[in-house]
Design a protein around this ligand. Sequence first.
Ligand SMILES: [Zn+2]
Length: 135
Amino acid sequence: MYMQKLQANNKAIFLTRKFSFDSAHRLSNYAGKCKNLHGHTYFLEVTIKGKVNKKTGMVMDFEDIKEIVDKLVLKKLDHQYINKTIKVSTAENIVQWIWKVLNKGFKKYDVELYMIKLWETPNSCAIYKLPGYED
Ligand SMILES: [Zn+2]
């Protein structure tokens, strides 16, 4: 009984918080619709992985996740021209940029950034996962 309880407490829990932002971009070396200047409403899902703190009963406060993403990502991309920050603004490159800045932002917490999902349209998304968990 005790062992079961201990194992349950040690299990990693994943927390996801959703965000959205509106941005302009263009893909200059591209023959499709994204060649011309236009906008998207991007949806962003940020997933972190960690153990439940026995005192708080939480892996991390959802409000802290929001604060980090607001400060490091949304302030720079929401209602902005993405190409000013990410030159070739494909979903693939944006998701990598978001990973890089958020990974630094979560360093002071006892969690790992696990996955970023960036939806460019309701049907298309790019995913970046913690190295070693790509499968
Ligand atoms: Zn586009």
